[in-house]
Design a protein around this ligand. Structure first.
Ligand code: ADE
Ligand code: ZN
Length: 341
């Protein structure tokens, strides 16, 4: 049988965790049109096809403009539930055992949507997925870094009553010109309230932003982190501290962080000893969910079964599950590897 086909099957079946996924980035055009109609909101594009054709980006900001416009049709708790359920149903079929999901409350609260409306809708779908499919999950609330820190603080205060449902806080949106240092005080306050921290850093921004995320925001993972490779001392530090990077291959390609997936540094990063995971970021916009990301990068860089096995294990190790939960998932991955040697 064809070698690529065999590896694709292996990837599809391996138990895995997804750690870098924006729920607003899973908004497929079909669902967007359905919800827009339900809410009596008009969309700038006349059809699903026309909207999909607009998904061509020169950089992160190009993408963010369309991504925020799409999110504008989300209004009710049911909308957030439907969005989350659609993602979970999809990745259940991709053998995702556990996911850690970003959500961007400011995108919605700035339009007058209540924080409770957003999180109740998302949470309901997460609870159901655990009951029905056994998928476990954590929520990560992101601050939009292009907004000011007062807005972030207000959002953090709104989140505190829902602390039991939110594992961590993160930082996303337009990176360049909005360094992690802008949010030092917010992240201190978040950690004092028991939140773990992560941050997007080094996607378009410099290696210095990754240093700031580590030193000032005390992050447990770096989201993206591609530009760490510009700074040898930083790579040594990430290796020494075993800070996982949540890499998103198709996102990097679509947002022109890399010109070609064949030039993607993922394998080089693994060889340097960095803890690498593979994720989809905003799958509805970038042409693939988690398995398509694994397959695309595996093909481009000629990854082996052992590479895939290591990355799947990293995804569990880098998650915010407790040790017992991790142990159960390691066993599943090991059993799968044993069966598919
Ligand atoms: N929000 C959604 N996707 C993002 C990305 N790739 N980078 C920064 N912010 C984002
Ligand atoms: Zn992201």
């Amino acid at each position: 049988m064809n070698k690529d086909f065999l590896l694709e099957n292996f990837i599809n079946g391996i138990p895995k965790a997804e750690l870098h996924l924006h729920i607003e980035g899973t908004f497929e055009p079909e669902l967007m049109f359905k919800i827009a109609k339900r809410n009596n909101i008009s969309i700038k594009y006349s059809s699903v096809e026309e909207l999909r054709n607009a998904y061509s980006f020169n950089n992160l900001q190009d993408f963010l403009n369309i991504y925020y416009a799409g999110a504008n049709v989300l209004v009710t708790q049911e909308d957030f539930y439907d969005l989350t359920k659609a993602y979970l149903d999809k990745v259940h079929l991709q053998n995702v055992q556990h996911c850690e999901i970003f959500f961007d409350p400011q995108t919605h609260t700035s339009r007058g949507i209540g924080f409770g409306t957003i999180i109740n809708g998302i949470h309901k779908a997460l609870v159901e997925a655990k009951e029905q499919d056994g998928i476990t999950s954590k929520l990560i609330m992101c601050f939009l870094r292009d907004l000011d820190s007062d807005s972030a603080m207000k959002t953090l205060e709104e989140a505190i009553p829902f602390k039991d449902w939110i594992m961590a806080v993160g930082l996303d949106s337009a990176e360049v010109g909005n360094p992690p240092s802008k949010f030092t005080e917010i992240f201190n306050h978040a950690r004092n309230n028991g939140f773990i921290t992560v941050a997007h850093a080094g996607e378009e921004g410099p290696a210095d932003y990754i240093w700031e995320a580590l030193d000032l925001l005390k992050v447990s993972r770096i989201d993206h982190g591609n530009n760490s490779l510009d700074d040898k001392k930083l790579v040594d530090e990430l290796v020494r501290l075993k800070v996982p990077l949540t890499i998103c291959p198709l996102s990097n390609y679509k947002l022109r962080v890399v010109k070609d997936l064949k030039n993607h540094p993922l394998k080089k990063m693994m060889n340097m000893g960095l803890v690498i995971t593979i994720n989809s970021d905003d799958p509805a916009y970038f042409g693939g969910y988690i398995n398509e990301n694994y397959c695309a990068i595996a093909e481009a860089l000629e990854l082996s079964k052992e590479d895939i096995y290591l990355i799947a294990k990293n995804s569990i190790n880098a998650s915010f599950l407790n040790d017992n939960e991790k142990e159960l998932l390691y066993k599943k991955v090991d059993a799968y590897m044993e069966l598919n040697k």
